[in-house]
Each structure stands twice: as C-alpha cells, then as structure tokens.
Ligand binder design. Sequence first.
Ligand code: ZN
Ligand code: ZN
Ligand code: ZN
Length: 375
Amino acid sequence: MSSEAPEPFTEQDYADRMQRAALDASAAGLAGLLIAPGPDMVWLCGYQPTAITERLTLLVLAPDAQPRLLVPALERPDAEGAPGAPVLRLTDWRDGQDPYAAAAGLLRPNARYGVSDAAWALHLLGLQEALPMTSYRALTTALPMLRAVKDEHELARLAAAGSAADATYEEIRSVRFAGRRETDVAADLARLLLEHGHEQVDFTVVGSGPNGANPHHEAGDRVIQDGDMVVLDFGGLKDGYGSDTTRTVHVGEPTREERRVHDIVREAQQAAFEAVRPGVACQVIDRVARAVIEKAGYGDHFIHRTGHGIGVTTHEPPYMVEGEEQELVPGMCFSIEPGIYLPGRFGVRIEDIVTCTQDAGRRLNDTDREMALVT
Ligand code: ZN
Ligand code: ZN
Ligand code: ZN
C-alpha cells in the first residue's frame, strides 16, 4: 500500500532555493557555497550522482552569478537530466585532467566559502591545495538553518512520511515479539516501511530488555522475552523526506515501575510538545522535557538531547539541546524524543516528529503514546 507520489519540485523551486542559499551565504560573510553530492545538493538542485565517488562533482553558488555545476564529463548526461539542471551552468572535466584546477577556475582565489558537510576530505584538501589563499567553513557551522524551514510542499512530504511510519507502528504491534530475535522484528519494521511507500530505510532499532537502555543499540541476536520492554525506533525516506518515530512497547504485563517510567517519559514528551511555538528557543524544548524527568528523579538517566531537525535527511539542525539559542520558526520540523535508560535493565523512549505552526506545535506522528502490550 503506497500512496500517490507528490508533485515534483519545479525548476523554479530549485532556482529559489539556490538564490536564497547564495544570499544567506553572502549575509554570513561568505563569497559563496561549495556543495558536494549529498543531501544539500539534492535539496538545492535535485541532482544526485548515481554513485558518489572520488571523481569531483561540485555545485558552486555565489550571490552575483548563475549557479555552476562542475561534473565529471562521463556523468554530464546524468547531471543534465536533474530537475534543477535548466537553471545551472554545467562545466565538466575529463579523466586525466586536474578536477581541482577546474574547480579553482570557478572560484575566487582568496575568499571564504561555505562547504557542504558531505564533501569528502579528499576534495576539500584538493581545493585547499589548488587555492591556498581560500578558506572554508562547514555549512552546518556557517548556515545551520539553510534547510530548516520547510515550505508547504516539503511539509506535505514530511507529513506523508510520518503517516507511513505511523501505519508501520500500527502493524508492528500485532507481530509476535516473544521468542523472536530483535533482528527479526527489525526486518518486519523495514518491510513495513517499504510497503508503506518509503524508498529508503535508515534505521530499525529494536532494543529489548537491557538493550533498550542503550539509545544507540540497533538490533541484535537477543531473543525477546516475555516481560521485556522493547524500544522501537524506525524511519527512513519517503519521496525524499524523512520519518523518525519511537514507541516503547511491553511484552505481556508490565511491572509498576515499568509503567511509571513509561508514564514519566510520555509526560515529558507531551510537555515539550506543548511548549512548541514560534520564538521559543530550541534549548527550551529540551529543558521542558528534562524538567519533567528530573522532577521524577530520573534526570541522570536521560542521557541525550531531546531532538533534532528532519527534512531530506533524518538528522539535521536545529537540535533541541542545551545551548541552542536558535528560536523556533513556523515551518521547522524536528523530533521530540525524551527517554529514560536504566543500565542493565530497560529503556523507554517516545518520539514524534513535530512541526512549528504559526502559534503551536503540530505532530506529524500521532499514534497512541500509551504503552502498548504486545505478545
Ligand atoms: Zn517487563
Ligand atoms: Zn528515532
Ligand atoms: Zn530521532
């Protein structure tokens, strides 16, 4: 069951994004942006090389110039087919030529550029050698909010990805847990995400019993037992936009303590959600969730930030973390995912993707957050 594909982004969408990025770069004191293949390139011009390799591909954006795309000559036909290509001026280099000399010809010799996080060190070092007087800043440092505010078409895609993740959760609740390995349930999650229209599965965390106390546990050979808490955290990309949701279920009847810990996390998640509105600093969202867990006496066991942005990747700025003073803006999309992790015993995490509207938060995941009992 996969829903209808959304309207593709237009040439104008890509032109607007590239122009805004160049102007933002200029406002940040940069001569322009250098974008290697990866999520920023996809977002800016719709181009993704078939394979990301040692051959240099580079999008060059500057406020006063047409966007340039430098490509290996053999990949030029692919690049010409990208949806944003009509807006770009293409240049190519051939095997045997120096790609960094070719790139240097598109840049100013003694300026400062923002460079996309996905650029390989090989390429950045090659550019540095070709233009020793030019300096670079990471895009996440220089322009962290470049992709953070989503337009209505992006929001629709994120909402559809969220709905597909929700449908996956509704179905996973009825599979057998007890007696099966975590990896078996993880495979079920991956299959369901694909069935519900995802083209890419990024993670399928199944943290049963003590494994749930490790927020980075993916899924392993442990056989799930009756009485286990099980953290299910899964997501990927649907029509190019991310999903990421977590529910913690229990196999059979939970203990009082397990219920209490789950209730606290749910209360923390709800409180943080209710704090979402334009102008609130990201760190406040983290503080609100943390205050609930600290008050209940589990502060030492909430060992990660409260959330992260989501868009064409499943983890990106803005981060809901102490020290992040960036204020929420309508159109931002991010996770709210507090947790409590009791080493050697169990963990609980509850996560929804939320968007900031004109006056509040809106959940893009909305399955029941009560602890589901599974078999
Ligand atoms: Zn239990
Ligand atoms: Zn997650
Ligand atoms: Zn997340």
